[in-house]
Design a protein around this ligand. Structure first.
Ligand code: TYM
Length: 328
């Protein structure tokens, strides 16, 4: 059975972009693949979050993954730092990736431009991401469009390692949805939707229905009142069409045919999104009442993940010429 791996940062509340770009595919792929999903708390450390907040956000992210439909009976769900092999393989990945390759990563450029302090970890972030993926002999990585470059780099790293040391890693491919791969900010539709949940441009998965409706009503469009899908010249309207298409499983062009005015498009998009979010919000409420059970599930997930990770790491260590840790 093909193996699927993906990860999400515990960065305080998930938004509609995470859900449409990645998490819905995570849920779909667990049906007929061996799925491994991870809350990547080590990646979050690259920007030095407050420790108490990181702990809370890690538990909240795991609760959210269960709420959207990740089934711990089918999928392996765990927290990255609980499986030490990720950090160890990351070092080997750092020794395989080129400085120039890391410097070309657009996410690094964006994030480092916006920060006063740029950690070395932020720079080598894609090496840790490659370790996450390669540890599980991953075939497919369901992600949003903004992760495409990191997955391409991961493929290059795997191929280089295999050339240097012999066949060690499976070479993964990204899975990116047709609609919803790049959900844009409702107020600044040329920027992608991101985590500042208090912002009028971001829809939180747990946001109150009224607030969701209000934000869609106030979404930036243009003055044409012509519902046409054209992301370059009509980014705001195209974003709404893309969201509604993704939620209803149609194409943005087909959705556009149904509308001549923006008002009904905004109202229908808000309703469709609320319908999608309702059961997730309810499930989150239920699950949050038993954090001990979630910790137990994560522990069991980490134990399961570790059995695969130790085997792959041992293979990489041996092929690279590191002496076995404990003679067998
Ligand atoms: P992260 O935590 O930023 O986002 C999690 C997932 O959500 C997708 N996404 C979006 N999709 C559509 N529109 C948007 N506006 C939007 N914003 C976010 C992302 O593409 C992602 O799939 N580096 C990764 C986490 C990671 C990872 C991995 C992913 C660590 N190791 C291994 C895959 C495999 C990240 O920061 O995602």
């Amino acid at each position: 059975m093909a193996r699927v791996f993906s990860g999400i940062q515990p960065s305080g509340g998930m938004h509609l972009g995470n859900l449409l770009g990645a998490l819905r595919n995570w849920v779909a792929y667990q049906q007929d693949h061996e799925a491994v999903y991870c809350v990547v708390d080590l990646h979050a450390l690259t920007t030095a979050p407050d420790p108490a907040e990181l702990r809370d956000n890690t538990m909240a992210a795991a609760t959210m993954l269960l709420s959207v439909g990740i089934d711990p009976e089918r999928s392996t769900l765990f927290v990255q730092s609980a499986v030490a092999e990720h950090a160890e393989l990351a070092w080997m990945m750092e020794c395989t990736v080129g400085f120039g390759e890391l410097r070309r990563m657009t996410q690094f450029k964006d994030k480092s431009d916006r920060s006063d302090f740029v950690s070395a970890g932020l720079f080598t972030y894609p090496a840790l991401q490659a370790a996450d993926i390669l540890l599980y002999d991953t075939d497919l990585v369901p992600v949003g469009d903004d992760q495409r470059q990191h997955i391409e780099l991961c493929r290059d790293i795997a191929e280089r390692f295999n050339r240097r040391y012999g066949d060690t890693f499976a070479v993964p491919a990204p899975v990116i949805p047709k609609a919803g791969a790049r959900v844009m900010d409702l107020q600044r539709p040329t920027d992608k939707m991101s985590k500042s949940l208090e912002s009028a441009g971001t829809i939180g998965v747990l946001e109150e229905p009224d607030s969701v409706t209000r934000k869609f009503k106030r979404a930036v469009t243009d003055s044409d009142n012509d519902a046409r899908y054209d992301p370059d010249t009509k980014p705001g309207v195209s974003n709404l069409l893309g969201i509604l298409a993704s939620v209803t499983g149609r194409t943005p062009q087909a959705v556009a045919d149904d509308y001549t005015q923006y008002g009904p498009l905004k109202a229908d998009t808000a309703d469709a999104v609320n319908e999608l979010l309702d059961p997730i919000r309810r499930r989150y409420q239920e699950l949050s009442s038993d954090p001990a059970e979630i910790s137990r599930l994560l522990q069991a997930g980490a134990d399961k993940a570790r059995t695969v990770a130790t085997t792959t790491l041992e293979r990489a260590r041996t092929n690279a010429g590191l002496i076995p840790r404990s003679p067998t």
